[in-house]
Design a protein around this ligand. Structure first.
Ligand SMILES: [Zn+2]
Length: 89
């Protein structure tokens, strides 16, 4: 009877260790992995799809065309690009 109890305790201990090991893995992975930079900050350069110029986000002209967000160097580029996209449909 006591041997059974010891075996049960050993199994429980091993399960605990394995569980702890498994639980520890994702947190360590996320620590070394800084995460995707999906957000664009003010200093980032964005490409004007109309003329190909790179402009900082905070001085770019932002526009949502066809559900996608684009950044342009000027309102002229934005209007021209919007025309091109809307003609394509
Ligand atoms: Zn432009």
């Amino acid at each position: 009877m006591i041997i059974r109890l010891v075996i049960a305790l050993v199994i429980f201990y091993l399960a605990y260790r394995v569980g702890k090991y498994i639980l520890r893995l994702p947190s360590e992975n996320s620590r070394s992995f800084s995460g995707p930079r999906s957000e664009i900050t003010g200093e980032d350069l964005v490409r004007d799809p109309q003329c190909g110029t790179y402009v900082p986000v905070n001085s770019a002209v932002k526009a949502t065309i066809g559900g996608e967000t684009f950044y342009f160097c000027s309102e002229e580029c934005r209007d021209r690009y919007r025309e091109v996209v809307e003609k394509r449909k």
